[in-house]
Ligand binder design. Structure first.
Ligand SMILES: Nc1nc2c(c(=O)[nH]1)N[C@H]1C(S)=C(S)[C@@H](COP(=O)(O)OP(=O)(O)OC[C@H]3O[C@@H](n4cnc5c(N)ncnc54)[C@H](O)[C@@H]3O)O[C@H]1N2
Ligand code: MOO
Length: 409
């Protein structure tokens, strides 16, 4: 029987993951760019906004003219016209003059501020100003958002709705992004049947293909469920070969442990140029995890236990999928919060633990994490959890009331 012979720390697996190269680039349009990672620095070819515009409905003025204006002592300016929306003013504003302007209207040359309608009154061809304005007040100046030549989006940034608005404003409609990883999912085990099949004694429905498919989609990958492969080395090897031809990452769940019917390691080792990164990771749940690299493609052997497969996905597979899509730094990981443990949680030194927890806020707004204990072979604790509480490998556990890091699910 083989035993785990290459047990690694999570951080060692994560540094091996960062050695993969991000996938190639493709261009997507503005409506498909959300959540993708930009593949190039995008520079604005124009000033944004392209002209100085009013942020209020009111009167465009030369700010100095309004200095000293008060309720009982207004400054009187000559109304020289109204600036229509979406059109360049045909006149220049001189000292002593005002022009009616709407929110978003283009400031005429000479004007440097806008007095709100509420603080002015039109009297025939004159306008009384009852409050002073400072230069630049109620105005967005040309190039204030992004100047011409300024950086809109740096390569490797995760694209958000704010970026998409900026890109649209700058007239950039085709966005270079890193490709999404194609991920094949294989479930192995003679006991497994598809969810729609009738259950005979001793059989179990394949949950992992579907939970992993959902997790891949959430992580920005494209999932391909390859189906259930029986505990036969040749069947698993040929499915693995096919999966590798068509995908960037292969996830095999089940058969990653050390039993006589656990063929995952043997099949991975048979791949012509496979480099084994780990067989066994110092983490609970998820010890029987395998990662191998062939070219720039990755094969994970995930533990068959339903919760372990998902925990390993979040801790190691998800960072790889995001790295391949061009993510870096904190974008590789689930968002984190800190919370106090509601109970004592034991752990063993030398191994990281990821405990399923529910989060609750106390009256002072402090977050508390309540562990949901349960074996890694059952799923409901995972389904109920708001997050995974992380116990680092040097710690022997967390005391009630002690703060810990929680990865939000
Ligand atoms: N002697 C040892 N035995 C085991 C060890 C060990 O260190 N020494 N580790 C245990 C741990 S921890 C885990 S986790 C499991 C992982 O084993 P495998 O990855 O080989 O997975 P299987 O044995 O194939 O399955 C385990 C369990 O999960 C069920 N399963 C598998 N695939 C699916 C699926 N797609 N959907 C639903 N359920 C699935 C399977 O029926 C088994 O009950 O090894 C321990 N053993
Ligand atoms: O560590 Mo296993 O992965 O308990 O379920």
């Amino acid at each position: 029987m083989e035993f785990f012979f290459q047990v690694k720390k999570v951080e060692e697996v994560l540094s091996a993951i960062e050695k993969f190269s991000p996938l190639g680039k493709e261009n997507v349009d503005l409506t498909s760019a959300q959540g993708r990672f930009c593949a190039e620095d995008l520079i604005s070819q124009e000033d944004l906004p392209p002209f100085s515009r009013s942020t209020m409905d009111g009167y465009a003025v030369y700010a100095r003219d309004t200095f000293g204006a008060r309720e009982g002592e207004p400054v009187v300016l000559r109304l020289v016209g109204e600036i229509p929306m979406g059109v360049e003013p045909t006149f220049t504003l001189s000292s002593g003059e005002a022009a009616k302007i709407a929110t978003g209207g283009m400031l005429p040359e000479g004007a440097d501020a806008v007095v709100m309608l509420e603080y002015a009154e039109e009297i025939g061809e004159l306008v009384e100003i009852r409050r002073p304005v400072a230069p630049g007040e109620n105005v967005i100046t040309k190039g204030e958002d992004i100047p011409k030549g300024g950086l809109i989006l740096a390569a490797h940034t995760r694209i958000t709705p704010g970026h998409i608005g900026l890109l649209a404003s700058a007239g950039i409609t085709s966005i270079p992004v890193f490709k999404r990883p194609k991920v094949a999912i294989i479930s192995t085990g003679d006991e497994l049947v598809p969810p729609e099949a009738p259950l005979e004694p001793g059989k179990i429905r394949d949950a992992n293909s579907f939970s992993l498919c959902a997790a891949v989609q959430e992580a920005g990958g494209t999932a391909h469920i390859m189906g259930i492969v029986p505990d036969q080395e040749e069947a698993l090897y040929s499915t693995l070969e096919k999966a590798l031809m068509e995908n960037d990452v292969v996830l095999i769940s089940g058969g990653s442990s050390v039993g006589t019917r656990d063929y995952t390691l043997r099949c991975i080792s048979r791949l012509p140029d496979a480099e084994l990164i780990c067989h066994g990771v110092a983490v609970k749940p998820g010890k029987p995890t395998i990662l191998a690299r062939t070219g720039n493609k990755a094969v994970f052997g995930l533990p068959g236990q339903v919760t372990s497969a998902l925990v390993v996905f979040y801790i190691m597979v998800r960072p790889l999928l995001l790295h391949l899509q061009g993510a870096c730094g904190k974008d590789l990981f689930l968002p984190k919060v800190r919370a106090k443990a509601l109970r004592n949680i034991a752990s063993a030194q030398g191994r990281e633990d990821y405990i399923r927890v529910k989060l609750q806020e106390d009256k002072e707004g402090k977050l508390w994490a309540e562990p949901i204990f349960g074996r890694s072979g059952i799923l409901s604790p995972m389904a109920q959890a708001d997050g995974l509480l992380h116990i680092p490998s040097e710690s022997e556990g967390i005391y009630e009331g002690e703060e810990a890091e929680i990865f939000l699910l």
